[in-house]
Design a protein around this ligand. Structure first.
Ligand code: NAP
Length: 290
């Protein structure tokens, strides 16, 4: 039987509706949840991500402070801007859209953000809290994947989860989350140094592809009845498409859907969940702390 489609768009819509209600309550208390969004340069994919985030914030009744900087912006200038935003009580969250121009050290910029406003969850403090299982902002894409998995009638405890990709923003935090005691999956984290990737993937109850390689995971790599989550968003040339490209995931959807029990589509799977989790973090950042 072909796989059931995991509808990330619909799950995200419900979460966003709930966030909208909570944001309205905050506004009545005089708190206007606000995310500062910094974009340096004009990378087309980044422009589109930033636009989607700001639109979603507005729809949920939250504010965004849109800060566009030239590609040539200096690291010092960016750091002093972050310092100002850290001290601005009207700004609850700070998001620096990655990648930054090459001459700017990303780690330095991320470390400059006040951890209390680190709604992307990339600050070393947030990363450490996640690894230690302590409260803190969870990174949006891994949190979105986990939220989708928790909605399925499939036990995560004891399941073998295979994560393909070990980036700091997706694979590594996701692997860390999945093996936390409250989730209790057994995790294998794969990367380009992994031998027998195909064999390892075939052993997965839950297979998560986050490699940035279109169609990397084929049906032959998937166990019958597995859950397959496709984080990949890759632009592949397509002269027939209006924009000249189309989006393709890391999973070869057709062959994998023949074998998996559940699968996320691209687009409409993990992507919308990432934005929903960002809104959730902004809301948490804005809520009064006892
Ligand atoms: P990244 O920083 O480029 O990391 C890719 C990871 O995949 C690396 O760890 C790399 O291994 C591994 N990898 C690449 N090719 C592989 C192969 N053939 N076999 C095994 N491992 C391989 O990418 P990222 O930022 O994590 O993003 C991954 C994908 O998710 C991209 O398509 C990106 O656009 C997408 N994404 C989607 C969302 C969303 O909201 N849907 C959010 C973020 C990212 P090494 O470490 O050995 O190099």
């Amino acid at each position: 039987m072909p796989a059931a489609i995991i509808d990330g768009k619909e799950t995200a819509r419900k979460i966003r509706a709930g966030i909208g209600v909570r944001a309205a309550t905050l506004r009545k208390e005089g708190i206007f949840p606000c995310l500062a969004v910094i974009l340096a340069g004009e990378d087309p994919a980044s422009l589109s991500y930033v636009g989607a985030k700001e639109k979603a914030l507005a729809e949920a009744g939250m504010e965004s402070r849109d800060i566009r900087l030239p590609q040539s912006v200096g690291e010092g200038e960016l750091l002093s801007l972050i310092d100002q935003l850290n001290r601005d009580p009207a700004v609850h969250g700070i998001l620096v859209q990655l990648p930054l121009p090459r001459h700017i050290r990303e780690d330095k910029v991320i470390a400059a953000i006040d951890p209390a406003k680190d709604v992307d969850g990339f600050h070393p403090f947030s990363v450490g809290s996640l690894v230690l299982g302590q409260p803190g902002f969870l990174p949006c894409t891994p949190h979105g994947v986990l939220t989708l998995l928790r909605e399925l009638p499939v036990p995560l405890a004891g399941a073998h989860a295979v994560v393909v990709g070990r980036s700091n923003i997706v694979g590594r935090p996701l692997a860390n989350l999945l093996c936390r005691r409250d989730i209790n999956a057994t995790v294998t984290l794969c990367h380009t140094g992994t031998r027998n990737l195909e064999d390892i993937c075939r052993e997965a109850d839950i297979l998560i592809a986050a490699a940035g390689k279109p169609g990397l995971v084929s049906g032959a790599m998937v166990r019958e009845g597995a859950v397959v989550i496709d984080v990949g968003v890759n632009r592949v040339e397509d002269p027939a498409a209006k924009k000249g490209y189309r989006l393709r995931g890391d999973v070869d959807f057709d062959s994998v859907a023949e074998k998996a029990a559940y699968i996320t589509p691209v687009p409409g799977g993990v992507g919308p969940m990432t934005i929903a989790m960002l809104l959730q973090n902004v809301l948490i950042a804005a809520e009064p702390k006892n």
